[in-house]
Design a protein around this ligand. Structure first.
Ligand code: NAD
Ligand code: IPM
Ligand code: MN
Length: 353
């Protein structure tokens, strides 16, 4: 029997609703397998916490999270606090500070869910997105000058390093070996002659060490179209921080709802804890109504169990997701009328007793 220390950061809006539900399903998987228990500590860091304390987390926030086996996060951001303050005060410092350089986001249409693409089913939509998660467009280099003046200026600089590209590319090629042997690299080297050309060169160099994996580079605009016109041609997709962000919401749409996709923010060397979260945000438009789809949070939980070394429990949870996707019930985002807690109950039951 293993005891895992899991830090909970439910955050804002529906983050709070789906993490509570997700945790119940994960705990059930622990009981059913008899293999582990989750020893959780909840941190209330959020926009509400910001309004009371003037910051999104305490100064030593990362130190408090550092000895967790994993972090389970809901969503950050809510009207009342500007998004760049909330996200740069909580979510992004965790990703950067714990060197979670891989953001692994599976894009899979589950059987029983109606995706938006006519004539495309689960066999066509099975993509693994490997998003660079610590540099690129998100480094936060830049500034604003002459604020409020007519000549006001903003500079936001991307930063791409050989080391950063190399390590995420390597991760993507390793994943391709476990899947269908194909890597699609998202680039924009026709316009970005410095950063994206370096990206292409380094990805190709890494790829040369994987002669058994087929590498194709796509400009990200064409790749976005390919997600829709020919998703079945894609296996592993590797992209920069911003490209990966955009492509994975598109992926969520292909999955039938943003209520489904999940992601793992990984520090593959395990020097720091990794973090697991839904792809979606805090959904202020439906928050507090008890109708958020908890399936993305549950899926993120399955990725967490895998990472913790509990593959049996992870596949029980994935099996439950597949079962409920097929049989229902469904929340309104998937065309149903069920509440969050009805889905959580159905998933828990499907995990077993
Ligand atoms: P969002 O993902 O919160 O919502 C987009 C749309 O999808 C909304 O209509 C919402 O109702 C719906 N949706 C999302 N998740 C759902 C679920 N589980 N069940 C049912 N419907 C769901 O994106 P947004 O509106 O752009 O952002 C809202 C806030 O969340 C912003 O502050 C944003 O910065 C933040 N955000 C945080 C994260 C994160 O913490 N990882 C991710 C994305 C956005
Ligand atoms: C995501 C989110 C975040 C990102 C935002 C909230 C900073 O959209 O996890 O996809 O862009 O990484
Ligand atoms: Mn996003």
């Amino acid at each position: 029997m293993q005891d895992y220390r899991v830090a909970l950061v439910p955050g804002d809006g529906i983050g709070v609703e789906v993490i509570a539900g997700g945790l119940a399903v994960l705990r059930r998987a622990g009981e059913v397998t008899g293999n582990f228990a989750l020893d959780t500590i909840e941190y209330p860091w959020s926009c509400q916490w910001y309004l009371a304390h003037g910051r999104m987390m305490p100064e030593d926030g990362l130190d408090r999270l550092a000895d967790s086996d994993a972090i389970y996060l809901g969503a950050v951001g809510f009207p009342g606090v500007p998004d760049h303050i909330s996200l740069r005060g909580l979510l992004l410092p965790i990703r950067f500070g714990f060197d979670q350089y891989v953001n692994l986001r599976p894009i899979e249409l589950l059987e029983g869910i109606r995706g938006p693409l006519r004539d495309r089913g689960p066999a066509d939509i099975d993509i693994l997105c490997v998003r660079e998660n610590t540099e690129g467009e998100y480094v936060g280099l830049g500034g604003r000058f002459h604020q409020g003046w007519p000549d006001e200026t903003a500079v936001q600089t991307s930063l791409f390093t050989r080391k950063g590209i190399e390590r995420v590319a390597r991760f993507a090629f390793d994943q391709a070996r476990l899947r269908h042997g194909k890597v699609a690299s998202a680039t924009k080297s026709n316009a970005l002659q410095y950063s994206a050309v370096l990206w292409d060169e380094v990805v190709a160099e890494v790829g040369a060490g994987y002669p058994d994996v087929e590498l194709t580079k796509y400009h990200v605009d064409a790749l976005a179209a390919r997600f829709v016109t020919s998703p079945g041609s894609l296996d592993v997709v590797v992209g920069s921080n911003l490209f990966g962000d955009i492509l994975t919401d598109l992926g969520g749409a292909l999955q039938g709802s943003l209520g489904l996709p999940a992601g793992a923010n990984l520090n593959p060397e395990r020097r720091f804890p990794s973090m697991f979260e839904p792809v979606h945000g805090s959904a202020p438009d439906i928050a507090g109504r008890g109708v958020a789809n908890p399936m993305a949070a549950v899926w993120a939980g399955a990725l967490m169990l895998d990472h913790l070394g509990q593959p049996e429990a992870a596949s029980l949870v994935m099996g439950a997701l597949r079962h409920v996707a097929k049989q229902g019930p469904r929340t309104p985002d998937l065309g149903g009328t069920a509440t969050t807690s009805e889905i959580v109950d159905a998933l828990s039951q499907a995990v077993g007793t």
